[in-house]
Design a protein around this ligand. Structure first.
Ligand SMILES: Cc1cc2nc3c(=O)[nH]c(=O)nc-3n(C[C@H](O)[C@H](O)[C@H](O)COP(=O)(O)OP(=O)(O)OC[C@H]3O[C@@H](n4cnc5c(N)ncnc54)[C@H](O)[C@@H]3O)c2cc1C
Length: 295
């Protein structure tokens, strides 16, 4: 352990109001900590610059999953285990449920939260492509009130986002309108468990009268931020299903992504795998059994 706990202060207000008041009264002085699975790694390495932490773990206001007719609202401090074991999430949002199951091991899933994954903003984060294809809206809260931000506009660059220092993510809203779509998700890592993704994909599609009526594709670990493949989606829209379509989709991928070489993988490997995953999605959408494929 390269940090000394005596150098740190932890506040634990018992209400959401208490947390946002603290953030408002001393702007920029307090860093929220939820499950701590990202922050405690920094702490252990002696790389956590914030000295004052305010806990949002187990605040009831951030821990519920509210289901209404048209949408679900996931409290930002819901853990991966909460997501995996929620019936509506498992049935209607299988890509998010799979991402939760792929994130770390069970101990990590019991502590790590969806809000923490969003704000930590790793391009390799597993749940973020799912939020892109499900068209998530983030509800942000501060002492000034609430505001909503489409998730597509949240990340402004590598590890950068639009959250102000006095704001928290309160909840994540997901429309239930994609529940009948074909779902496809894959995580490619060094092994099946406890591996950060080399590439991950989330995709949804709908065929009507032999034509692709909608396709939504997002990739992780291929750019500074999680990325929607808008050009590929446009290419697929309205197309009759035919075998060469998967190849055309495959070829469209490289121009849209900017993967890097790092300790986990290389740029050529990531480019080839991303293209293959997109092609597999299109093949399965057009010619598969239409059973959701979240491997
Ligand atoms: C062993 C291990 C394996 C892992 N494997 C994976 C993996 O396979 N895939 C993957 O994607 N990630 C993985 N992670 C990363 C981590 O578990 C996730 O990013 C997790 O979702 C972080 O959530 P947390 O609640 O622990 O965040 P914390 O560490 O508590 O916080 C992370 C950041 O988010 C901010 N924050 C948290 N909640 C909020 C909120 N509601 N509003 C505003 N800011 C907030 C904090 O201030 C901090 O900046 C792994 C981590 C470990 C230690």
């Amino acid at each position: 352990m390269r940090s000394d706990p005596r150098d740190y202060q932890l506040a634990t207000p018992s209400t959401l109001h208490g947390v946002v008041s603290l953030l408002a009264n001393e702007p920029g002085q307090w860093l929220p900590i939820a499950g701590g699975t990202d922050l405690m790694v920094l702490y252990a390495a002696g790389k956590l610059p914030a000295r004052r932490l305010v806990s949002i773990w187990n605040l009831p206001e951030l821990r519920d999953i509210d289901v209404s007719g048209e949408e679900i609202r996931i409290g930002s401090a819901c853990t991966y285990s909460d997501l995996r074991h929620h019936q509506i999430v498992a049935r209607e949002f299988p890509i998010l449920a799979s991402a939760a199951a792929w994130t770390g091991g069970i101990a990590n899933q019991n502590r790590g939260t969806l809000g923490g994954n969003i704000v930590n903003a790793s391009p390799a984060a597993d749940s973020l492509p799912a939020l892109l294809v499900y068209d998530a809206t983030l509800v942000l809260i501060s002492a000034r009130g609430e505001r909503e931000v489409p998730y597509t506009g949240f990340h402004t660059g590598y590890k950068k986002h639009v959250l102000a220092t006095d704001e928290l993510i309160r909840s994540i809203r997901l429309s239930r309108k994609y529940s009948t779509y074909f779902s496809y998700a894959r995580k490619v890592g060094a092994r099946n468990a406890q591996a950060i993704s080399k590439v991950c994909i989330a995709a949804l599609g709908k065929i009507e009268h032999g034509v692709i009526a909608d396709a939504r594709i997002a990739l992780g670990s291929v750019a500074p931020v999680p990325l929607r493949l808008v050009a590929t989606e446009h290419l697929l829209f309205g197309q009759k299903t035919f075998p060469e379509l998967a190849d055309r989709a495959r070829q469209s991928v490289a121009k849209q992504i900017s993967p890097i070489d790092d300790i986990r993988s290389t740029e050529p490997y990531r480019t080839a795998v991303a293209a293959n995953l997109v092609a597999e999605f299109v093949e399965q959408l057009c010619f598969g059994k239409q059973d959701n494929l979240c491997l």
